[in-house]
Design a protein around this ligand. Structure first.
Ligand SMILES: Cc1ncc(COP(=O)(O)O)c(C=O)c1O
Length: 384
């Protein structure tokens, strides 16, 4: 048995890459200056570090550095994008479109705007987890101000066709936001090719630190700021910059970009191995979400006749999850799985496996053995 539980919850958070930590450390200690201090070298050094990180983050997503706004994470980026667009239209009829499978960081700002009088359409998805383009087309109205569609789902790892979505939305002159929290550093992200106007990312989902993220804001796009103060970040997000965090996000972005192809191939092979080692020895297992339109590090399975919570509890040597970390306290069936057409019972028999940069073949084999043994045992106990 491994000394610590095998970590298979890379969607909830990723460990900090030691190279990211080494890049950050000086900015906690010796290089502690405030980048807004324009009158001395401490400030200049910090400002240079932020500038470098801005370029690194921009390079990962095909943006230009001036289009990057640093935030506290993807939750804040999503809120700034959605409320920031909506608040430009106060007092006028306005309509937003999103999907039923978004993270709560998108769903909840939309729900709040709905309470405030905005109209919101939530698109459903097909059994594979993808939105249907004709449905999106039909939902666009003259008063639609924003479409917000996640690039990769955080539960089932399904990738949306952002390029086709971007083409369709832009042809109508409507702004497009994408929550790319689970996409950045995992698949190629290109804001120009996708024709997105706003795009959210988070440090701790790509081997960077927690509490830092970014919002890409297309040059020239008007946006109502949500945090007033000293006018940092082009007036879009006031508050002294989190320099060590931003340096970490930048380094994480650079590492992700440099290793993307090789890392994806390695992790996809491990994910396929995990799947094969489970389904070849256990009946009644179904994969949720498309296997082809999917990020390499995600596997989401339903184990028929097995209660997922109980299965997890029976395998303390594995760190896995039954859904989104942020909403798992709620204990209700996942809105994502229900949107994919699973019954509440099927949803509650499902587990998410998230693999990542530090996952090894031995860990995958150990995990598969434990999953098979524990699921079999639970089924035996359940048969009278
Ligand atoms: C798709 C998606 N959006 C937003 C978030 C929120 O990110 P953060 O923790 O950086 O606020 C998460 C985190 O689970 C996520 O997976």
């Amino acid at each position: 048995m491994p000394p610590r539980p095998v970590y298979l919850d890379y969607h909830a958070t990723t460990p900090l890459d030691p190279r990211v930590w080494r890049a950050m450390e000086p900015y906690f200690l010796t290089e502690f200056g405030n980048p807004a201090s324009a009158s001395h070298a401490y400030g200049w050094t910090a400002a240079q570090a932020v500038q470098r990180a801005r370029a690194q983050v921009a390079a990962l997503i095909g943006a230009s550095p001036k289009e990057i706004v640093f935030t506290s994470g993807a939750t804040e980026s999503d809120n700034l994008a959605i409320k920031g667009m909506a608040h430009l239209h106060h007092g006028r009829p306005a309509h937003l479109i999103t999907t039923a499978i978004e993270h709560h960081a998108v769903l909840d700002p939309c729900a709040r705007l709905e309470q405030d009088g905005f109209a919101v359409t939530r698109l459903g998805v097909d059994a594979g987890g993808c939105i249907r383009l004709p449905e999106l087309q039909a939902a666009l109205r003259p008063e639609t101000i924003l479409v917000s569609i996640m690039a990769v789902n955080n539960e089932v790892g399904v990738i949306q066709d952002m390029e086709a979505i971007g083409r369709l939305v832009h042809a109508r002159g409507i702004a497009l936001h994408s929550d790319a929290t689970q996409a950045a550093g995992k698949i190629p992200v290109d804001v120009r090719r996708w024709q997105v106007d706003l795009l959210s990312i988070s440090g701790h989902k790509m081997y960077g630190p927690k509490g830092v993220g970014a919002l890409y804001v297309r040059d020239g796009l008007p946006l109502a700021c949500q945090l007033d103060g000293g006018g940092h970040e082009r007036g879009l997000r006031s508050g002294t910059l989190n320099v060590p965090g931003i340096v970490g996000l930048g380094e994480a972005a650079a590492l992700a970009q440099a290793g993307l192809e090789e890392e994806s191939a390695r992790i996809a092979a491990l994910r396929d191995r995990l799947l094969q080692r489970i389904v070849s020895r256990l009946d009644g297992v179904r994969v949720n979400g498309s296997l082809t339109q999917r990020v390499p590090h995600n596997l989401h399975l339903t184990f028929h006749g097995v209660e997922a919570e109980a299965l997890m509890m029976s395998m303390p040597e594995l760190a896995v999850s039954s859904g989104s970390a942020c909403s798992s306290a709620a204990r209700s069936a996942s809105h994502v799985l229900l949107a994919l057409g699973l019954s509440s019972g099927q949803a509650q028999a499902s587990l998410r496996f998230g693999l990542g940069r530090f996952t090894t073949e031995q860990e995958v084999d150990f995990a598969a053995d434990r999953i098979v043994a524990c699921a079999r045992q639970m089924r035996e106990l359940a048969t009278p």
